[in-house]
Design a binder for this molecule. Structure first.
Ligand code: ZN
Length: 440
C-alpha cells in the first residue's frame, strides 16, 4: 500500500490530527531536552575543574543564572507557540485568512492573493512574537548587561526587518507560483534551478546591500591589526578585498567574526565587540588573528561550499516530493482549503508537515556535520601556530558572552552547531601537542 493510498483512507479531520500530533511530538521532545539541560544548570553549582583557573566564581554564577533564565524563557515561548500552532491548524485559520484576503483583493488572481495573504500572516506572527522579543531584549538580556538597544533603535529595526522580509518573500513567492503554474510536468526542476540561482543572488547581495541597512559597517582603521590580518590572509592566499568592523555593539554585546563573498573577492567582518575595550572585554591582536585563522580554516576546507551543495541537493529532493504530491486534494482540505488549492499552501504543507520527520533527521545530521567542521577549523588554526591564542580567545569570548560551560550530553548533541567549550578546548590542546611535537 503506497503512502498516498494510505492517506486517502484517512479523512480530512484525521490528517489534521496527524499534523497536530507531529507538532506535539516535536514540542514534547524539545521540552524534554530542555528540562534535562535545566536540571544540569540547576544542580551544577561548582565550576568544572578544567575551568577553575580561567573562570572566577562570580563569572560562573552569572553564566549559570543567565542560562537558567534563557531556558525558563524558552519554556514559556515554546508553550505559547505550540498552543498558537495547534489552534491555527485545528480551526483552519490559514484558510480563514485566505478567504478574507480574497474578499479584499481587487485583482483576484492567485499571485496577488498569495502575496497579501503572506504579508497578513507575517504581520500576525510578528505581533504575536513581539511581547516575547521585547521581554527577551529589554528584560532578560538587559538584566545580564547584554542588551545595547534603545527603544527607538528597536522599533525602527523591527520595522525595517519587516519591510525587507516582505519584499523578499513576496518576490520569491510570486516567482514560485508562476513557475509551478506554468512549468508543466517537470516544473520542480525549473523551480529548483530558479530558487538555486535566487539563493546565490541573495547570498551575494545580503552582506553588501541588506545587512548595511541594519548595522553600520566601517573599514578597519589602518594599523597593526589591519596589517597583521592582511599578512595572514596573504600567507594563506585568501583573496581578501576588504576588512570591516560592524557595530554589533548597538544591538548586543555578544561577539563574533565572519567572512563572505563569492570566488576571488572576500570580505572579513569583525564585530566591534570582538576588539579589546577599556573595560577588559574583547580580545588582543593575537587572539583576534587566531579567531580569524579558525574562520579561514572554514574557507580553506571548503565548508561553505560543502554546505551549499548539501543545501541544493536537499532542495531538489524537497521540490521533487512536492512535485509528486502537491495535487493531492487532502493536503489542502486538511487545513480547511475546500474550494481553492493555492500553490503556497501545498508547498507549506509538503515541506513543513509531510517532510517533517525527514527534516528533523536532516537537521540533526547537519548539526553533527557542523561540529565536525568546527573541529577541522580549529585544527587549521593550530597548523598556523595559533592554537594557544585560539584557546585563550575561546575562553575570553565564552566569558564575555557568559556562556554556561556545562551541558547535558543529549541536549548538546541535538542542539549545538559548535562543540561545547570543554570538548573544544580538550581537542585543541590535543592538536597543539601533536603540532608542537611535529615542529620539533
Ligand atoms: Zn567556526
Amino acid at each position: 500500500m503506497s503512502l498516498l493510498s494510505f492517506i486517502d483512507k484517512l479523512d480530512d479531520q484525521c490528517i489534521r490530527y496527524v499534523i497536530i500530533l507531529l507538532l506535539w511530538a516535536d514540542y514534547i521532545w524539545e521540552t524534554y531536552l530542555s528540562i534535562r539541560q535545566f536540571g544540569v544548570a540547576k544542580s551544577t553549582v561548582q565550576i568544572p575543574h578544567q575551568l577553575k583557573d580561567v573562570m572566577k566564581n562570580d563569572e560562573y554564577e552569572k553564566a549559570r543564572n543567565y542560562s537558567i533564565a534563557k531556558l525558563k524563557f524558552g519554556f514559556v515561548k515554546q508553550f505559547h507557540s505550540i498552543i498558537i500552532n495547534t489552534v491555527v491548524i485545528h480551526q483552519g485559520i490559514l484558510a480563514e485568512i485566505w478567504r478574507f484576503t480574497e474578499g479584499i483583493n481587487p485583482f483576484m488572481d492567485e499571485v496577488s492573493t498569495s502575496c497579501i495573504w503572506l504579508v497578513l500572516l507575517q504581520l500576525m506572527t510578528t505581533l504575536l512574537d513581539l511581547p516575547f522579543t521585547i521581554y527577551y531584549n529589554f528584560v532578560l538580556e538587559e538584566a545580564f548587561g547584554f542588551n545595547k538597544q534603545t527603544a527607538g533603535f528597536f522599533v525602527w529595526d523591527k520595522i525595517k526587518q519587516f519591510l525587507v522580509l516582505q519584499i523578499i518573500t513576496t518576490m520569491v513567492a510570486s516567482i514560485v507560483i508562476v513557475v509551478v503554474k506554468n512549468g508543466g510536468d517537470f516544473f520542480f526542476i525549473y523551480l529548483w534551478a530558479i530558487v538555486g540561482v535566487l539563493t546565490l543572488v541573495l547570498l551575494t547581495i545580503y552582506p553588501a546591500v541588506i545587512a548595511p541597512l541594519f548595522d553600520k559597517y566601517n573599514r578597519l582603521a589602518e594599523g597593526e591589526l589591519k596589517s597583521d590580518i592582511e599578512a595572514l590572509a596573504a600567507s594563506l592566499k585568501f583573496p581578501l578585498t576588504d576588512l570591516y568592523v560592524v557595530e554589533g555593539s548597538k544591538r548586543s554585546s555578544h561577539s563574533n567574526a565572519y567572512f563572505y563573498g563569492l570566488f576571488k573577492s572576500k570580505r572579513i567582518v569583525l564585530f566591534d565587540t570582538l576588539l579589546a575595550k577599556d573595560d577588559g572585554s574583547g580580545c588582543d591582536n593575537d587572539e583576534i588573528l587566531a579567531v580569524l585563522s579558525h574562520e579561514l580554516g572554514h574557507w580553506s576546507r571548503n565548508h561553505n561550499i560543502k554546505n551549499l551543495v548539501i543545501g541544493q541537493v536537499n532542495l531538489f529532493l524537497l521540490f521533487t516530493v512536492f512535485g509528486v504530491t502537491f495535487k493531492y486534494p487532502k493536503l489542502y482540505t486538511a487545513l480547511g482549503f475546500y474550494r481553492s488549492k493555492p500553490v503556497l499552501v501545498g508547498l507549506f504543507v509538503v515541506l513543513q508537515y509531510v517532510m517533517m520527520p525527514y527534516n528533523t533527521v536532516l537537521s540533526f545530521l547537519m548539526t553533527v556535520l557542523s561540529r565536525k567542521f568546527e573541529f577541522e577549523a580549529d585544527d587549521f588554526a593550530v597548523q598556523q601556530n595559533k592554537g594557544v591564542a585560539l584557546e585563550r580567545s575561546l575562553l575570553k569570548l565564552n566569558k564575555d558572552n557568559s556562556g554556561f560551560p556545562v551541558h547535558d550530553w543529549l541536549y548538546s548533541v541535538w542542539h549545538f552547531s559548535h562543540p561545547p567549550l570543554l570538548q573544544r578546548i580538550e581537542a585543541l590542546r590535543e592538536s597543539v601537542k601533536k603540532f608542537e611535537s611535529k615542529e620539533k
